[in-house]
Every structure is written in structure tokens, then in C-alpha cells.
Design a protein around this ligand. Structure first.
Ligand code: PLP
Length: 382
């Protein structure tokens, strides 16, 4: 028997209670029963992201929500500033281009986040831009951009510019406050820290983002957030919702409440730190070490080793499934996802398996050294 341990930065593991909530016979969405759960789930999500406004739930993935964010905040020809420090930052630019927007990119090398000065300079030079788009966690490089700091700076430098934050791989791993972080549009997806299957996306808009949505020319039938807002106000959706995943989200929000959000975030911080310590103890160089994310850790494999071969060896020998790099990072890095339903015990096992995998691939490892470093962190909750 080989038990699979899914430790990718999405999709992620789903707790049994969430699976059970999703596995009941299908209920119809045009019923009071569904509307009651839908309302409770909208309220739960408001609590999670600290917003007074209802979110909008769409039956699509995170990319759809990114597109919906731009469609409902910008007209063709409008300018947007994009922080592009990896695959998902690049996605903002690709979507913007497809929608006929002008894009100004603030770039950073893989594993880096642009400086605040760089961002402020770009914002000042492009004061006519309608929005600044960023990832909270750039999943491709495991970098966490300083969203609250950027939000505060933007508020001062360009108070009319909307702040659009892709929190697909951040939500549920750290504290996010629409209000305190000055976020205007928050984009999220189900298959990461929310511990659900893919297929449900969420957007929360600030008051002024809704005002903008009311003004822009409607260009999409499905991604018209105003029609969804109208339906959500009646505790329902404009079109058929992802009913089962909404039932699952209702349950995962309940799990968050029971654990306590601060404990959820502390668990992520501890696990992330344990993984970083272990990788360093094993002689791996971390990618994005200066901007560590609580939900995913990336590291270069030793010179001469193929990261994808290491991943295959790890999966075959221990059932641990981790992710690799994309584009120029392919074959060079491994990414361990530790967002959502992951605990310290599971991560210790996975790190032990990684040590064996490295050894199998020819790296000189003192077995137990990575695990020992992780245990030091976990034992002391450093
Ligand atoms: N944004 C970030 C930061 C992500 O990590 C992902 C998925 O990995 C997405 C957007 C896109 O989500 P999806 O693949 O669900 O469309």
C-alpha cells in the first residue's frame, strides 16, 4: 500500500468533514434550504476577509475571478499596473491584454518582490492607471508580496486607484483584512487554503470598487458581478452555483471558526518555518527566502539534480506528491504546498520522505537532519 500525501500548492487536501458535507444528495439551489446555507456561507466569508460587503461566488476557478475583477473595474483602453514576479503576476498582464487594457508592469526576478520605492515610483508615473494588481502569494515562486504595506502606500500615493489582490493561494493561510489592508477587490479560489475541490471562485469588492463596477461598460454576460450581486442579495445566484462546493465551503468556514483563525494562521506559520528550516539543513537553497509564504515553500534542488526526477522518486517511494517549477524554473525547483489541511505531524513525515528522496537521487544527506531542524521549530514554536 502506498498512501498518497498531497502536498502541492493546490489542489490541496480536503478534511473528512468537508468531504462529508459535499457528499450529501444534491439539493436544489432554488430552495429555502440552499438559500439558508448560501447566506450563512456569504456571512462566513465576510468574516474571513473582514469585509462589510457580501462576496460574489462564481462557478469557475481563480483565473475566472481574476478576469471578472478586471472586467468589472476597467474599460477597454484603461491602464492597469501589474506586479509581475512570476507566472500569476504574468497572468494579470495576459488577461489585461486580452481585455484591451494597457498594462504597466513592475517586474521582479524569480523569488523577489519589488521594493516599495519601485512600486511608488511606478504608481506616481502612472497616476492615470485605474488599478494596481498583485498576488498576495506568487505561488510559482513561493513569494509573499507585502500586500498591507503596498495597500497603505497606494492609499497615500494614489487614493483613486483600485487595489486588486489575488489571494487565491493566500486566503486561509494568513490574516487578510479588506478594510485594514485597503483592498478594493479580493480574488480567491476554492482549491487551496480553503480546503475544497477546484471550481468555486470568490470576489469581494469594496464600496468604491462596486461604484466603479456600476460605471464600467458591461462586457461579459457570465462575469457581470452586478447581476450576481443582485441575486446574492436574495440569498441566491444568477446562474446554477457550484452547489456541492458551497456546502463544502460552509463546512470549512465552520472548521476555521472551531480552530480559531489565529490558530489556523499560527499553524501555517509554524509549518512553513519548519519546512524552510528543514530544507536549509538539507543543504537546499530556498527560493524567495526573503519573502516567505505561509502556504508554500520553494527550493532549488542540488546542482546536477533534476527536480522533476526527485519529485517522481519521492512519489514512487513515499507517496508524497509535491510540485515543481514552471518555465525557466522547471527541473530546478521543488515546491512544497502546506496550505489548508496540513499539520505538523504530516509535514515531519513528508520531510523525512524528502530526505530519502534526495538520497535516492544521489545527494549526500545526513538522514534525520532536515527532520531534526523541523522538529526544533515545531517543538519550540519558534
Ligand atoms: N492565482 C494564484 C496565486 C494561483 O496560485 C492560482 C492557481 O494556482 C491562480 C491564480 C489560478 O487559479 P486557477 O488555476 O484555479 O484558475
Amino acid at each position: 500500500m502506498l498512501k498518497e500525501h498531497l502536498l502541492t500548492p493546490g489542489p490541496t487536501q480536503i478534511p473528512l468533514r468537508v468531504l462529508q458535507a459535499m457528499s450529501q444528495p444534491q439539493i436544489h439551489h432554488r430552495t429555502k434550504d440552499f438559500e439558508k446555507i448560501f447566506r450563512a456561507t456569504l456571512d462566513g466569508f465576510k468574516w474571513l476577509v473582514e469585509s462589510d460587503n457580501d462576496p460574489v461566488f462564481l462557478a469557475c476557478t481563480g483565473t475566472g475571478a481574476m478576469e471578472a475583477a478586471l472586467l468589472n473595474s476597467c474599460d477597454p483602453g484603461d491602464k492597469v499596473i501589474v506586479i509581475n514576479a512570476g507566472k500569476f503576476g504574468e497572468r494579470w498582464s495576459k488577461i489585461a491584454a486580452r481585455l484591451g487594457l494597457k498594462t504597466v508592469e513592475i517586474t521582479a526576478a524569480a523569488g523577489e518582490s519589488p521594493t516599495l520605492e519601485q512600486i511608488e515610483k511606478a504608481v506616481r508615473a502612472n497616476a492615470d492607471a485605474k488599478a494596481l494588481c498583485v498576488q498576495y502569494c506568487e505561488t510559482s515562486t513561493a513569494v509573499m508580496h507585502p500586500v498591507p504595506t503596498i495597500g497603505a502606500a497606494l492609499q497615500k500615493t494614489a487614493p483613486d486607484m483600485l487595489y486588486i489582490v489575488d489571494a487565491v493561494s493566500a486566503l486561509g493561510t494568513l490574516s487578510i483584512s479588506m478594510k485594514k489592508d485597503h483592498i478594493d477587490i479580493l480574488v480567491a479560489g476554492s482549491q487551496k487554503g480553503l480546503m475544497l475541490p477546484p471550481g468555486l471562485a470568490m470576489l469581494t469588492l469594496s464600496e468604491r470598487a462596486w461604484q466603479r463596477a456600476e460605471k464600467v461598460k458591461s462586457r461579459s454576460f457570465y462575469f457581470d458581478l452586478l447581476s450576481e450581486r443582485k441575486a446574492h442579495r436574495q440569498d441566491t445566484t444568477a446562474w446554477t452555483p457550484a452547489i456541492s462546493i458551497i456546502l463544502g465551503l460552509h463546512e470549512s468556514l465552520q472548521l476555521f471558526r472551531e480552530e480559531g483563525l489565529e490558530n489556523v494562521f499560527a499553524r501555517h506559520r509554524t509549518v512553513a518555518k519548519a519546512v524552510r528550516s528543514a530544507m536549509e539543513a538539507l543543504g537546499l537553497t530556498l527560493l524567495g527566502a526573503s519573502f516567505p509564504s505561509p502556504g508554500v515553500t520553494a527550493a532549488f534542488v542540488p546542482a546536477g539534480m533534476d527536480a522533476d526526477k526527485l519529485r517522481s522518486a519521492l512519489l514512487a517511494a513515499s507517496g508524497v506528491r509535491i510540485a515543481g517549477g514552471q518555465d525557466e524554473l522547471q527541473g530546478k525547483i521543488i515546491r512544497v504546498g502546506h496550505m489548508g489541511y496540513v499539520d505538523t505531524t504530516e509535514i515531519i513525515g513528508a520531510l523525512g520522505a524528502l530526505e530519502l528522496g534526495l538520497k535516492l537521487c544521489g545527494h549526500v544527506v545526513t538522514l534525520g537532519s532536515g527532520v531534526a531542524a523541523a522538529l526544533e521549530v515545531i517543538g519550540h514554536k519558534k
